[in-house]
Design a protein around this ligand. Structure first.
Ligand code: FAD
Length: 418
């Protein structure tokens, strides 16, 4: 293993920490490894975390940055509906964290964070404690199923594929083995990860049914009245392209899922299925609740909307887990990661940065070749203390938009891992 700039390699570092945490008070440990530089610890190697790590080091190569991620490799949710519908392999969506170590000297710790002790400024992993001066948390979402226990079995048998990794692989296997019958897809009410993603998924699976001439029908059961974004573009595509093979049921609440009888019960009747993609409601990762950053009853972590700093100085929550004016998206998590990296580097130089309003671009496929898109700009209204969005939707489905979508994703991956 290569020596890192702090003079302590990752294994020594963790072993040292474990040993000390057993034998000495934690505060003694935080002083033990002689750290010449401020240390930034980032939890979560998804869109927000990887961006923050890379941009911190790009601007300040000497900084000591540790990225902790429980998965062995990165998998992108953006474009994962392409994978599910057979338009793309899995490999282009996956990236190795080695690149971050090799190119940017970011210390990658492949471990699960079990707790964050804000008062002691340490995170606890299964291998020991890691101290920080600045902490950036980007652990993404959890499914919000505590008061609806039927979702528990459903998560096992009907993978939502809204967390990257094995859920996608299992759902893909179910789709590949599918020989015909009814498919049920359900959508919760927002806020959830990537508002257009379930609508894109329904369109791409319908398009796959047409392409492969399967004897199948989709029941697309939406808790909302209509798609929350690009409503016109999605509804027109559903009507023009899929009216014979898909039924769109709106304002329907999921009440039960019987995984053995394969029936979804809703406020609009029961639907029997061969395959179901049940997408439960979502909330911020429970790690943040355990850390005390989520107050009782809150689903997302309150942050300063301009800096993503929590009520604890030098502790930031970015990406889907934060309560932000931006929709929960990889685009937003990437922009927030860049902003927080700039802010931390400025703070290390004794400066603060100017306010920045972030923007959004969001693409969605409506057939295997065509996409629609939305651009959103935000301004802050000081009187109502709210961020006011201005949307520019392009609901005309086009092949050129689908190409721009793919270019956007590939550009983002190059930026993170290239
Ligand atoms: C089907 C689908 C399609 C999408 N399409 C788009 C799109 O086209 N455009 C777009 O902008 N966005 C899209 N998104 C949304 C995008 O994927 C998310 O908004 C983005 O990943 C959020 O980034 P994040 O850093 O908050 O979370 P993530 O990217 O999920 O990263 C969180 C990371 O934290 C890790 N982690 C969690 N807990 C721990 C722990 N205790 N210890 C260690 N590691 C931990 C997780 O393993 C994960 O790798 C899509 C999402 C889905 C599901």
């Amino acid at each position: 293993m290569s020596k890192k700039s702090s003079g302590v390699d990752r294994r020594e570092f963790l072993v040292g920490v474990s040993a000390l945490s057993l034998s000495a008070p934690l505060l003694a440990y935080t002083k033990a490894p002689k750290r010449q530089k401020a240390q930034v610890v980032i939890v979560g190697g998804g869109y927000g975390g990887v961006t923050t790590a890379k941009y911190l080091k790009k601007e300040n190569p000497g900084l000591d940055v540790v990225l902790i991620e429980e998965r062995p490799f990165f998998m992108s949710c953006p474009m994962s509906n392409h994978f599910l519908a057979g338009l793309m392999e899995l490999t282009p969506l996956c990236f190795s964290y080695n690149v971050l170590e090799a190119k940017y000297d970011i210390r990658f710790v492949n471990d699960k964070v079990l707790g964050v002790e804000l008062d002691k400024r340490v995170v606890r992993t299964s291998s020991g404690y890691i101290a920080y001066d600045y902490l950036v948390l980007s652990p993404g979402i959890d499914y919000d199923i505590e008061d609806k226990p039927f979702y528990r079995d459903s998560l096992v048998f009907n993978p939502p594929a809204f967390k990257p990794g094995s859920e996608h692989i299992y759902l893909k296997r179910l789709i590949e083995d599918f020989e015909g019958g009814d498919i049920v897809i359900t959508v919760p009410t927002p806020p959830y990860r990537c508002p257009p993603a379930p609508y894109e998924r329904a369109a791409l699976i319908a398009s796959m049914i047409k392409r492969d001439k399967l004897k199948a029908h989709i029941y697309f059961i939406d808790a909302n009245e209509r798609p929350p974004v690009n409503s016109e573009g999605f509804l027109t595509a559903y009507y023009d392209l899929y009216k014979d093979i898909a039924t769109y049921v709106t304002s329907a609440q999921v009440r039960d899922v019987d995984v053995h009888k394969k029936v979804v019960s809703t406020s609009h009747g029961n639907f029997k299925y061969e395959i179901a993609n049940i997408i439960p409601p979502m909330k911020a990762s429970s790690l943040l609740e355990d850390a005390g950053l989520l107050k009782k009853g809150q689903k997302w972590v309150e942050v300063n909307p301009l800096t993503f700093e929590t009520s604890v100085r030098n502790v930031f929550v970015i990406g889907d887990a934060s309560q932000s004016y931006l929709p929960k998206s990889g685009y937003a998590a990437h922009s927030e990661g860049k902003l927080v990296a700039k802010l931390i580097n400025a703070r290390l130089r004794g400066k603060e940065i100017k306010e920045e309003f972030l923007q959004m671009i969001c693409y969605a496929m409506v057939s295997d070749r065509e996409a629609i898109m939305t651009e959103t700009a935000f301004r802050y209204d000081a009187v109502s203390k709210r961020f006011i969005p201005t949307h520019r939707e392009d609901n005309q489905r086009k092949e050129s938009t689908a190409r721009r979508y793919e270019e956007w994703a590939r550009g983002l991956w190059r930026d993170l891992f290239g």
